[in-house]
Ligand binder design. Structure first.
Ligand code: NAP
Length: 332
C-alpha cells in the first residue's frame, strides 16, 4: 500500500496538536475523487486549526489545510478523469473532512473545481482561498453598485494574504487603494502591488463619534472588531464594506447611523459556503478580468509540509506577509 505524508491534527488531553505522519489512502476520508496534491497554501484559518488557537476543526483527528491543487488520480464521477488539473477550497475541506496538507486528498466531486486553462497548479494555490475570497468580495461589491467614483477604497489587514490580493485586484479595477497596515516597514511592498497610499493602523483614533468625516468609497475588511466599527463611521454615502475577517476581533461596536443616514452597506463574505456553480465562475474570473498582476510579489514564501508549525506561529503573531505556498508534489 502506497504510504505518504500528511499533517494531521489531534485532540489529546484537551489539547489540540498537529503533526506530520505517514498514512495510506485508506486512512483518508471518503469521496468520489482522489487527487495527488501538487500544492497547498496557508490561510489564517489553517494557522488557527493547526495550532488549536481557534475551534476550526470539527472532528479529530483531521488533516488540516483548506486549500489544495493537484491532478486527479481516479474519479467515480464522470465530470473528472485521471490527469485533470483541479483545485479544492472551502466546503468542509480541512475543517470537517481531511484537507490539503497531504500528498493525496479525497473529496466529494461537488467540491472539485477544474483549474482554469491559463492557470498553473502553483498559481492556483498562490491565489487559493485568499484570492478567491477577494473575487467573491468584488462580485458582491459590483452587485451593490460599488464604483471608483464613490471615493478611495480602503483595505485592512493589507499585508496579509487576502489583503494583498484585495490591493492588487481593486487597483487593477481602477480604484485608488489605501492600504491600512500595522507593519510600518512594508510600505514599499504595498505600493508595489497597487496601493496608492498607506495608513498606519497604530495611529488611528478608534474612539470617535457615531459618524465621522466620510473618507472611503468602499472597503475590504480583514480585521473586524474596532477597525470594522471605525470603517462604518468613516464611510462615504452609499459606500460598501465587505466584511471578510476577524484578525483583530469578532465583536463590532457601532450604531445604526452609518446605515440609515449614509446608506452604508455591510456585505457578508463567506467563501467556504460559496455555491458550486458560482465558485466555478469566480475561478474563471480569477484567470480573466480579476487575474492578480503581482503574484510573484504576493507569494513571499514557499515551504514544505514539515515547515507548517513554524509558519502557523508566525502568522498568529501577525508576523507573516503575503501568501505562503506549500510545495507537496511540485512535479505534478
Ligand atoms: N470570510 C471568508 O470567507 C474568509 C476567507 C479568507 C479569510 N478570512 C479571514 O480573513 C482574515 C485574513 O485572512 P488571511 O488568510 O489574509 O490572514 P493573514 O495573512 O494572517 O492576514 C491577516 C492580516 O491582518 C492584520 N492583523 C493581524 N493581526 C491583527 C490584529 N490583532 N489587529 C489588527 N490587524 C491584525 C495583519 O495585517 P497588517 O499588519 O498589514 O495590518 C495581517 O497580515 C482572517 O481573519 C481570516 O480568518 C475570511
Amino acid at each position: 500500500m502506497n504510504k505518504f505524508q500528511a499533517f494531521k491534527v489531534y485532540q489529546e488531553n484537551k489539547k489540540v496538536l498537529g503533526r506530520l505522519e505517514t498514512i495510506t489512502i485508506d486512512d483518508l476520508d471518503t469521496g468520489d475523487v482522489l487527487i495527488r496534491t501538487a500544492y497547498s497554501a496557508i490561510n489564517y484559518k489553517d494557522a488557527l486549526a493547526g495550532t488549536g488557537a481557534g475551534k476550526i476543526i470539527r472532528h479529530f483527528p483531521c488533516i488540516a489545510g483548506v486549500d489544495a491543487s493537484g491532478v486527479v488520480v481516479e474519479s467515480q464521477d464522470k465530470r473528472f478523469k485521471e490527469g485533470d488539473p483541479v483545485l479544492v477550497t472551502g466546503y468542509e475541506f480541512g475543517v470537517d473532512h481531511d484537507g490539503g496538507f497531504s500528498e493525496y486528498v479525497r473529496v466529494p466531486a461537488e467540491w472539485v473545481v477544474p483549474v482554469p486553462v491559463s492557470m498553473s497548479l502553483f498559481d492556483a494555490m498562490a491565489i487559493g482561498t485568499a484570492g478567491f475570497t477577494v473575487a467573491l468580495c468584488v462580485q458582491r461589491l459590483e452587485e451593490n453598485n460599488q464604483t471608483p467614483e464613490l471615493g478611495q477604497f480602503i483595505v485592512t489587514g493589507s499585508t496579509g494574504g487576502v489583503g494583498s490580493f484585495a490591493i492588487d485586484i481593486m487597483s487593477s479595477l481602477g480604484y485608488e487603494v489605501v492600504a491600512l497596515t500595522g507593519k510600518s516597514d512594508n510600505n514599499d511592498s504595498l505600493m508595489s502591488i497597487g496601493a496608492s497610499h498607506i495608513l498606519d493602523r497604530n495611529k488611528l483614533k478608534l474612539d470617535g463619534p457615531l459618524l465621522e468625516k466620510g473618507q472611503w468609497g468602499g472597503a475590504i475588511d480583514n480585521v473586524g472588531g474596532d477597525i470594522l466599527a471605525w470603517l462604518t463611521r468613516t464611510m462615504n454615502p452609499w459606500g460598501n464594506i465587505a466584511a471578510v475577517g476577524l484578525a483583530g476581533g469578532f465583536k463590532v461596536n457601532t450604531s445604526v447611523m452609518p446605515f440609515i443616514l449614509r446608506g452604508v452597506s455591510l456585505l457578508g463574505i463567506n467563501s467556504q459556503g460559496c455555491p458550486t456553480h458560482f465558485r466555478h465562475q469566480l475561478w474563471e474570473r480569477l484567470a480573466g478580468d480579476l487575474a492578480p498582476k503581482h503574484l510573484d510579489k504576493i507569494v513571499t514564501n514557499t515551504i514544505e509540509l514539515e515547515d507548517l508549525p513554524s509558519v502557523f506561529d508566525n502568522m498568529l503573531a501577525g508576523k507573516t506577509t503575503g501568501r505562503t505556498v506549500v510545495s507537496i508534489n511540485p512535479d505534478e
